[in-house]
Structures are given as structure tokens and as C-alpha cells.
Design a protein around this ligand. Structure first.
Ligand code: MOS
Length: 731
């Protein structure tokens, strides 16, 4: 089915099941600990062996010599696989560095060996006996010093409209500031983990992965085998945040270990290895210049961003939102990419917008102060209903102003004191901050198979993943609504490469795109069932387990009395994303307290108002947004991979040193969804929320800290050491 005209009324609009805050259908499996995660497929495997990955102890250079003798002779050891023994390996389309390094080393903790043994403890003990002589090469590890002379990031063209330089020079009110965001880790709960088993030339990988089809292709490419010989199974995933978009070392090394031993092999990357072995969100340095009239109209807006990655990698696209968020006739964005020999940078929740808004939305707060304007009003004044780089191109829906107004109202924004450092509550200096939220809405082709079983049950099969987001539930709601059956009559099977290829979980496109694919398949199943029962399929209605038309009705189950009815279809997209800019919007409001003596920061309240098309399940969507707000609080106040600039690695590579928020850090969160449908996005009229929720949060926190204290921090995270010198003197 092709989606190339705006959606009209369709069965989803009945909203009997879609749009309802139903509980997660996978909830009982999760809460009883019986959902089998990748490392836990004990059922399928006789004689499984354990792999332990050894990471490089240098960031750049080569292995001169490797002594594997003692490891190979250690108790229980079955094999040690290195680049030398593995044979020729390729590289996946989505990997920058090789997943098994040596003799050349590209980054710290790049895998250089895997020890396979009878038990995990034996594999780990033997790994410690491997002796490696390295020859260290000089690397580049510091973005601040590598940024000068960094070339434009390829595939991400600079943009320019009007004459930025002239307009900025002439503007009566100007802002010109630099902001930095640090390297960040996904730090999902479940580590990267895989079990590999070969049957002849056929490989099955039970793995924790967001994008089954991409990763299946990359496994095949890396191992040099046909894609058809690879099966990926990933039904339950303990968080991804972008870190599991791609195949990683656990999967490839498990496959190599299993091949070498003739046994199934399981590998989980140890937590202290994950931070340098896998991907991270790259640090940025951003310069923002905004020129405005005295009454607050933006006349010039420029955003430049520098980030770094390994050779062949890509930039953190932090200027993305600045191309679309505010009006202004003269504009420019530039992205530069330095070569850094740190671990591989890549996507983390809302890549681009998340760190981009950390800078832009503080800049807007600073501009509001220069203008003597309320920061909500400044944003409202500079709203645009068309793509400001392509004025002929409207937004499909854009209710940023309503998000900000609704939020201001609900939050009690009128109690905010414009002058910072004015509000005391006992030992706390109290402040409020606001930021706009913006994230693009992408749509991706997505396929599904649906079956009407002889039992009358509906089964949905698609390789879509559920990374903790609620995919199982919204897919079941979609199929139940379309087929007119209660939710419990639908069985959803996900995350298996033998199922039709879905959009996968990435870029907040999964919810809308995967359900749209299920919608397409269900349209076909309705036609097949109606025809089988002798109804005109163009007018047949499906409800209460019945098919109805022309004053007659018949049980849906009767369409499959002898054999199941099985159909498959995909939703594909035409040009609507070209004619209309599709984005999601929100407003974040935060109140903080800062200890007047110690500068300790506490978040007191958070509110998000989101406009993101139809909300398919308000309960799971709310969970997505409060999780994202929590992650935004971490970005604001805690998260930073500390770079060792001499040796080139992330020093705090475990969950003791890489701090993320816990419940006690987040006392009160509220989420409001504006009631909207977007007929341009898909027949579901839905969009993404999972990434929108993090976009702007950190800036709202930083702006609240400024409002509380009068200290402006432009280098994240905002920690108390950066506030102390500037704190108001105690009365
Ligand atoms: Mo998202 S960073 O595309 O999983």
C-alpha cells in the first residue's frame, strides 16, 4: 500500500482500542522475569559455551605480538579467536571501526580477542592471561584542539538563506555565544548480548538489536556469508537508545566463536567494556549567533557545530533544528567534522536535535534576557508555519505555540521572576526554565504479515522490535481496531528476521511506521475475509468480532474455518514528506532549587506538553516521555564521558563513574499531549514521541538554574563546581 495522499477517515478513527491507555501486553512477562532476553535463550541451546571479549589497551597503533599460549592452556578453554585466526572479515554498512581489531587498532577497547570456554568464569580468567605487546601511535583525542581546520561534514551540506553576515552585523540586538556538550553514553540496562549457533552454513543469532534487517545484512557482510544464511532473533530488548541500532562485537564474536568450536556461544559485553567498545553520542562545540530587532523579531540566525569521529564516521548533526524551529529571513548552518581517535560516535536518542537544542534553547533564553522579553513570548513571536529555509513548504502540523502557552498556563509560569536569583525557599534558590522541543518525524517503509487463525485469533508477524517502548501493545491495538476484535484476540510476534521487514526502532519513527505497516496488512486481511464471507469488501465493517454489510453479518472467525487466512503487505511512502515538513513539537518547563550555600542542584518539577500527532497509547507514550525527560535531566546535570586526552579513552567507563539520574533525582513529572491527528504522516495519523521527549529538556534545566542563581553555564553538564564562584552572596 502506498501512502501518497493525506489520510481520510479510516477504521483506526473509531478509537475503540487505538488511543486508549491500555496496559502493556508484554507487561506480565517482563514483571515476572519470564521474557527471554538475548542472553537467556537457555531453551534453544544444548552445550552452550561462553565467550569473553578482550578489548585493546591502546587507542591507536598496532599489536606487535600476542601471546595466547597460557590462555589456550587454561582450564575449560575451547578456543581463542583473534583477527589472525578468524580469516578475512568484512565490515557492516553501519559500522565505522572494525568489530574485531588487530593488528591495527582503531580505538580503545576495540575487541582484539574472544576467549571461549565451558563457563563464563573460565573464559574471563583465561582472558586475563592473554599478553599483548602494543606499539602506540599518536592519536587525536581533543575536540577543542582538533576543531580548527576541521572540514565540512560530508553528506550534511551547509545551508544558507538570505545574507546572514550582513543582517547579523546590522541587527540592533545580537547574541554570539559558544556552548559545549560532552560525549554521552546510552547506558541502557541490558548490555549488548548475543548467542550464536550454526547449523551447517546457517547462523542463528539471538541478539539484542533495534534494527533487524540492517543488522542481518551487516552480520552477513562482516562474516562474508549470504544474507539468507543469517537469522536474527530479538524479541525482547532491555533498552537501546540508539546504541543497538547496529550490530556490535558481541554478535560477530559469538558467531566466530561458535564457528570455531562447533558449539553455541553466548557473549554479553561486560559493562566496563561497553563504554569504549561500542558507540556513544559525540561531544559538540557549537557557536550560535542571533540578531533581532528591538521588539524581538529574529532577523539573522546562524548555528555552527563541530564534532569528531573516527575516520569515515559522521557528525553529530546538532544544527538540524535550527533550520526549522524559528522564523528569520537570513540564516545559515554549518557542520564541521574533525577526525578523532576516540571510540566510535553514532546515534543516541534524538541524535542532532538533543545536543543541538541544549545550545539553541539556552541561546534563545539569553536573547530573551537581552531583549527584556519573556522567553515564552520570544518563542511565540518567532514561530513559523512554513519551513524557513523553503518558504513554499508548510509544516504538516505545527502547534509549538499551543504547547508553550498550555505549558506556561499549567506550570504557573506567570510566577517566574524575570530577574534571576530572586526567589528563596529556605536554603534553596528557586528558578524556572523553559525550552521548546522539536524533533523531526521520519516515516519508513514497514511490512507485516497478519493471519486469521482457524481459532479466530489474529496473529501479527513483523521484524519490528520493542526496545522497552510499547511496540507489542500499539501493534496489537492497531490489529484489534482494524479487525474489530478485542485486544486479547491478537497475538503479536516481533523481532525475527524470518518475519516481514519493518521500519525497526530508530529515530522515533517506529511507532507510526510499524503500525502503518500493520494497518496495510490488515486492510488486505479485511478484503480477504469479507470476500470469503460473501460481503462487498469496499463497504464491509468489522466490529464485535463480526463482519457486517448490507444488513447482514457473520462472525469474522468463519472466514478461516478450514484454513488460516494469511496476507502480507507493507506501507510505503510517496512525496508527502517532500511537500510538507513533518515534525513534532513540545514545550518543556522545569523548576529547580539550587542550594544557596553549596550550589547543589535539585529538580523540583518538570512538565512536558507535546504535539505529536495521534497518541496511539497515552500510557506507553507518557512512559516514553517521562523516560526521555529523565534522560534530559541527566544530560543537563550529570552525564559526561570524561576523555583521557593523553591516552584517548573514556575514563568513567562503568555505571559507578558514568552518572545517570535515579528516581530520587526526579520528584515530579507531568506530561500533556495536545489532541491532534496528522493526516500527512500515515493512515495512523500518528508521529513519534520517544525522542521528542528528550529534546529541549536539558536547556530548560540550564535556564532554570540560571533563573535561580544568575549563573549562566554554557558547558554541560551543569554541575555545582561551575556555579560556586558566581553564586549570589548569602544575606
Ligand atoms: Mo534512535 S538514536 O535512532 O535509536
Amino acid at each position: 500500500m502506498k501512502f501518497d495522499t493525506p489520510a481520510t477517515t479510516n477504521p483506526i478513527d473509531q478509537l475503540k482500542i487505538v488511543g486508549k491507555p491500555v496496559d502493556r501486553i508484554d507487561g506480565p512477562l517482563k514483571t515476572t522475569g519470564t521474557a527471554p532476553y538475548a542472553y537467556e535463550r537457555h531453551d534453544a541451546l544444548e552445550g552452550v559455551a561462553y565467550g569473553y571479549v578482550v578489548g585493546s589497551a591502546i587507542a591507536k597503533g598496532r599489536i606487535k605480538a600476542m601471546d595466547l599460549g597460557r590462555a589456550r592452556a587454561a582450564p575449560g578453554v575451547l578456543t581463542v579467536v583473534t583477527a589472525q585466526t578468524a580469516g578475512k572479515l568484512g565490515k557492516g554498512d553501519n559500522n565505522t571501526a572494525r568489530l574485531l581489531g588487530g593488528p591495527e587498532i582503531e580505538h580503545y577497547h576495540q575487541a582484539v580477542a574472544v576467549v571461549v570456554a565451558e563457563t563464563f568464569e573460565q573464559a574471563r580468567a583465561a582472558a586475563a592471561l592473554i599478553k599483548i605487546d602494543y606499539e602506540r601511535a599518536k592519536g587525536t583525542f581533543d575536540l577543542a584542539s582538533a576543531k580548527d581546520g576541521a572540514p565540512p561534514a560530508k553528506d550534511n551540506p551547509d545551508t544558507a538563506v538570505g545574507d546572514f553576515d550582513t543582517a547579523f552585523a546590522a541587527a540592533p540586538v545580537k547574541l554570539d555565544e559558544a556552548y559545549t556538550t560532552p560525549d554521552q553514553a546510552h547506558a541502557m540496562m541490558e548490555p549488548h548480548a548475543s548467542i550464536a549457533a550454526w547449523k551447517g552454513d546457517k547462523l542463528t543469532l539471538w541478539t539484542s538489536n533495534q534494527m533487524i534487517a540492517w543488522s542481518r545484512g551487516d552480520v552477513a557482510k562482516t562474516l562474508g556469508i549470504p544474507k539468507d544464511d543469517v537469522r536474527l532473533v530479538s524479541p525482547y530488548i532491555g533498552g537501546g537508545f540508539g546504541g543497538k541500532l547496529f550490530v556490535r562485537a558481541d554478535a560477530i564474536l559469538a558467531a566466530l566463536g561458535a564457528k570455531a568450536t562447533g558449539r553455541p556461544v553466548k557473549i554479553a559485553l561486560p559493562r566496563p567494556l561497553m563504554f569504549n567498545n561500542t558507540t556513544h553520542r559525540p561531544a559538540t562545540i557549537q557557536r550560535i549567533r542571533i540578531g533581532a530587532t528591538q521588539d524581538g523579531r529574529i532577523t539573522a540566525i546562524g548555528h555552527e557545530s563541530w564534532s569528531g569521529d573516527l575516520p569515515g564516521g559522521g557528525p553529530e548533526t546538532a544544527t538540524q533544528q535550527t533550520r526549522l524551529l524559528y522564523a528569520g529571513a537570513n540564516r545559515m548552518t554549518k557542520m564541521k567534522l574533525a577526525v578523532l581517535d576516540l571510540p566510535e560516535g553514532n546515534a543516541m536518542r534524538a541524535p542532532g536535535e538533543a545536543p543541538g537544542l541544549m545550545a539553541l534553547e539556552v541561546a534563545i533564553d539569553e536573547l530573551a534576557e537581552k531583549l527584556g522579553m519573556d522567553p515564552v513570548e520570544l518563542r511565540v513571536l518567532n514561530d513559523t508555519q512554513v519551513d524557513p529555509e523553503k518558504p513554499g513548504r508548510p509544516f504538516s502540523q505545527r502547534r509549538l505555540v499551543e504547547c508553550l502557552r498550555t505549558g506556561a498556563d499549567r506550570f504557573g509560569w506567570n510566577r517566574r521572576q524575570a530577574r534571576p536569583g530572586q526567589v528563596r525557599d529556605g536554603r534553596w534558590l528557586v528558578g524556572m526554565g523553559v525550552a521548546a522541543a522539536f524533533r523531526n518525524n521520519m516515516v519508513m517503509k514497514s511490512a507485516a504479515r497478519v493471519r486469521l487463525e482457524t481459532s479466530g485469533q489474529i496473529t501479527v508477524e513483523t521484524d519490528m522490535t520493542d526496545i522497552g517502548t510499547g511496540s507489542y501493545t500499539i501493534i496489537a491495538q492497531t490489529a484489534a481496531e482494524m479487525m474489530g476484535v478485542p485486544l486479547h484476540r491478537v497475538t503479536v510476534k516481533l523481532g525475527d528476521s524470518t518475519f516481514p521487514v519493518s521500519a525497526g526502532s530508530g529515530g522515533q519513527w517506529g511507532g507510526n511506521s510499524s503500525t502503518a505497516g500493520v494497518y496495510a496488512a490488515c486492510v488486505k486481511l479485511r478484503e480477504a475475509a469479507a470476500t470469503k464471507l460473501g460481503f462487498d469488501p469496499t463497504v464491509a465493517e468489522f466490529s464485535d468480532g463480526q463482519v457486517k454489510a448490507g444488513g447482514r453479518n457473520a462472525p469474522l472467525a468463519q472466514a478461516a474455518t478450514e484454513a488460516p487466512l494469511v496476507v502480507e503487505d507493507a506501507m510505503e511512502y510517496g512525496d508527502l514528506t517532500k511537500t510538507h515538513q513533518q515534525s513534532t513539537f513540545g514545550g518543556h518547563f522545569v523548576e529547580v532549587g539550587v542550594d544557596a550555600a553549596t550550589a547543589e542542584i535539585r529538580i523540583r518539577r518538570m512538565l512536558a506538553v507535546c504535539a505529536a500527532g495521534r497518541i496511539l497509547n497515552p500510557k506507553s507514550a507518557r512512559s516514553q516521555v517521562i523516560g526521555a525527560m529523565t534522560m534530559g535531566a541527566g544530560a543537563a546535570l550529570m552525564e559526561e564521558l570524561a576523555v583521557d586526552k593523553r591516552l584517548g579513552f573514556f575514563v568513567n567507563h562503568d555505571l559507578a563513574g558514568y552518572e545517570v539520574p535515579v528516581h530520587a533525582d526526579i520528584p515530579h513529572q507531568e506530561v500533556v499531549f495536545l489532541d491532534e491527528t496528522d493526516p500527512m504522516s500515515s493512515p495512523m495519523k500518528a508521529k513519534g514521541v520517544g525522542e521528542l521527549g528528550i529534546c529541549g529538556v536539558a536547556a530548560a534545566v540550564a535556564n532554570a538554574v540560571y533563573n535561580a542563581t544568575g549563573v549562566r553555564v554554557r558547558d554541560y553538564p551543569v554541575t555545582l563546581d561551575k556555579l560556586l564562584d558566581g553564586m549570589p552572596t548569602l544575606a
